[in-house]
Design a protein around this ligand. Structure first.
Ligand code: ADP
Length: 373
């Protein structure tokens, strides 16, 4: 009783103009400027063409510029890579369809015991097609595809990145079903945490909160449908060349971890076929030898090798003398001579495998310990 009386007294003692300048309870101006992401939408979601229009119909507000540039930069529209453009990797394609594509498209089926993984991580040496796989999912076009490099999160957007992570997930919710692709996830969630910058720790924490919210459905303040059936809306797909740097918290959240290894013999032959499909080839090429000599080459290395080989006929002609530009242009038909075995052998001495053996062991070890089968 005494307490209540005390409180009443306190209220009465306030100066007469105490409430004069306070925002009226109905006004959301103050809230808008403090926490733009929880402003109740002014426009129905269905009618808004973009997330920006949804939050700020007049395109003005404290985060408007950030939202605008994010929407422009991170939403990947038809990157034009199909699964057929990716040689080999049949298992990975199947796993991705099952773990990323279908759950977003058939949320009713992927419930309960069939609940999809919280997140999927592609790991393996650089240049093995991880980004291509992600882009192929974007090209399927059935879901919105948001792509951001974690390195950009902590450098380019530095300072704003915590807010940015939150906006990123809100954009994802707005355009759901959405796949969020985060490249170089190791630079966001590295276990070399000791000297870690305060701001990057905040980004990481925010990222985890958002990721957990994707599955528990608690973080969206206003998109009602994501509360009801959280997991159908957003899927996090990450990629890394340095899986051993990931900290335990992110490993746990990326429940499915798919190893994208260097191509084996069959894969290397498929890569040659794919890269050279529009190029004339002479009969003297021994594919078995080339496939054998490219052991340890990644898809990107084989791509470089083929590009180098494909320029050999031109180089051969041009080293026969000094030609001016006009002469070179007039000779271009001769440059299309079919490629020979020698062209590939010469190119092999120019292009070396980019992944060292010591790394391959590290990948295999990590795959054994943490990889999904
Ligand atoms: P990662 O993301 O694994 O580092 P990318 O997907 O960016 O590698 O691949 C880099 C380049 O290597 C591609 O642009 C492509 O030319 C080539 N490449 C790698 N793997 C494959 C593959 N399986 N099929 C076709 N091209 C590939």
């Amino acid at each position: 009783v005494r307490q209540t009386a005390g409180r009443r007294n306190e209220r009465q003692n306030r100066p007469a103009n105490f409430f004069k300048n306070a925002p009226s309870p109905k006004s959301n101006i103050k809230r808008k400027y403090e926490k733009p992401w929880i402003v109740p939408p002014k426009k129905e979601k269905k009618k808004a063409k973009s997330y920006l229009e949804y939050v700020y119909p007049d395109e003005e507000g404290p985060d408007a510029d950030l939202i605008k540039s994010l929407e422009k930069e991170v939403i990947l529209r038809n990157p034009n890579v199909s699964f057929d453009d990716i040689a080999d990797l049949d298992d990975a394609k199947r796993v991705l369809e099952e773990a990323v594509v279908y759950p977003l498209m058939m949320p009713k089926f992927f419930r309960g015991i069939r609940r999809p993984s919280k997140g999927v991580c592609l790991f393996g040496p650089p240049g093995t097609g991880k980004t291509m796989l992600a882009k192929a999912i974007a090209t399927l076009g059935e879901t919105t595809f948001i792509s951001i490099s974690a390195a950009a999160l902590s450098t380019k957007w530095r300072g704003e990145s915590e807010r940015l992570v939150r906006i990123l997930f809100d954009i994802a919710r707005f355009y759901a079903p959405t796949t969020i692709f985060i490249d170089e996830i190791d630079s966001l969630a590295s276990k070399r945490g000791n000297g870690e910058h305060e701001s990057s720790r905040k980004v990481k924490t925010e990222f985890f909160i958002q990721m957990d919210g994707v599955t528990s459905g608690t973080t969206s303040e206003y998109l009602e449908e994501s509360k009801d059936s959280p997991s159908k809306n957003i899927m996090v797909l990450a990629a890394t060349n340095r899986p051993w740097d990931l900290d335990e918290a992110i490993i746990r959240r990326l429940e499915k971890r798919v190893y994208i290894p260097l191509p084996k013999e069959k894969g290397r032959k498929a890569l040659f076929d794919l890269n050279l499909k529009n190029i004339g080839l002479s009969d003297d090429i021994d594919w078995d030898i080339l496939v054998d000599k490219t052991k340890g080459y990644s898809g990107a290395d084989i791509n470089n090798l083929c590009r180098d080989a494909a320029l050999m006929p031109m180089r051969r002609i041009l080293t026969q003398g000094r030609f001016n530009v006009k002469e070179v242009i007039s000779m271009q038909d001769q440059f299309e001579e079919p490629l020979s075995m020698k062209d590939f052998l010469d190119a092999l001495s120019n292009v070396n495998p980019s992944v060292g053996d010591e790394y391959l062991e590290k990948y295999a070890k990590w795959a054994f310990e943490f990889g999904s089968t």
